[in-house]
Design a binder for this molecule. Structure first.
Ligand SMILES: [Zn+2]
Length: 148
């Protein structure tokens, strides 16, 4: 069975601004597949659609606001968790660029230190292996040669 999609002219339950109650409304306008404007079947007033409100749970301050909730399905489609650019913006940009060490091929670098590269700018050394380091730049992850 296809999921029934609402269209203008259908009725929908909406919180009426005038009646102050959840009542049947007729859909006037849809925006991007969502009910946008409705007309109250009881008082006839038109207003933006207000879906049924969830009862307010006592807000836990600051909790879960920015946590990414991973559903089991997200793993199946292999969605990238956080982009390197987001990591860069979040972790690397706020760091003091004066602490960055200049990159050179003969250098020995530890992980989790800032590095400046003539082409890629400032990055954070994510890992170091024999002969190379992996650095997160704003432009993405790069493998660079090193003397490690
Ligand atoms: Zn009404």
């Amino acid at each position: 069975m296809e999921k029934r999609i609402k269209t203008a002219g259908d009725s929908v339950e909406s919180q009426c601004t005038r009646c102050k109650a959840l009542l049947n409304h007729t859909i006037i306008a849809m925006v991007a597949g969502q009910v946008a404007r409705v007309k109250c079947n009881t008082c006839g007033s038109e207003h933006n659609h207000r879906p049924v409100k969830e009862p307010k749970v006592a807000a836990v301050k600051g909790a879960k606001a920015d946590k990414v909730v991973k559903s089991p399905r997200a793993r199946a489609v292999k969605a990238p968790a956080i982009s390197d650019e987001a990591i860069w913006e979040e972790l690397i940009r706020p760091l003091d660029p004066d602490l960055a060490v200049p990159y050179n091929m003969e250098g020995k670098f530890r992980t989790n230190i800032l590095l400046t590269h003539p082409t890629f700018g400032i990055g954070l050394i994510a890992s170091s292996q024999t002969g190379k380091i992996e650095v997160v730049f704003k432009a993405g992850r790069k493998l660079l040669r090193s003397a490690c």
